[in-house]
Design a protein around this ligand. Sequence first.
Ligand SMILES: [Zn+2]
Length: 55
Amino acid sequence: MVSPKLLDLLICPKCKSEHLLYQPEKSEIVCQDCGQVYRVEDDIPVMIAGEKDKL
Ligand SMILES: [Zn+2]
């Protein structure tokens, strides 16, 4: 699990939105404003726009 305090601090690097939705069952964080998906690796959010699309 990503700590709620850490999630609180995160913003979407793509659109600067704070509206990020953590989906623990998928190990993903989705930006609710621009739809960008970020991976969570070993409970560390990988906040790089476009990262997921390369995989
Ligand atoms: Zn965004």
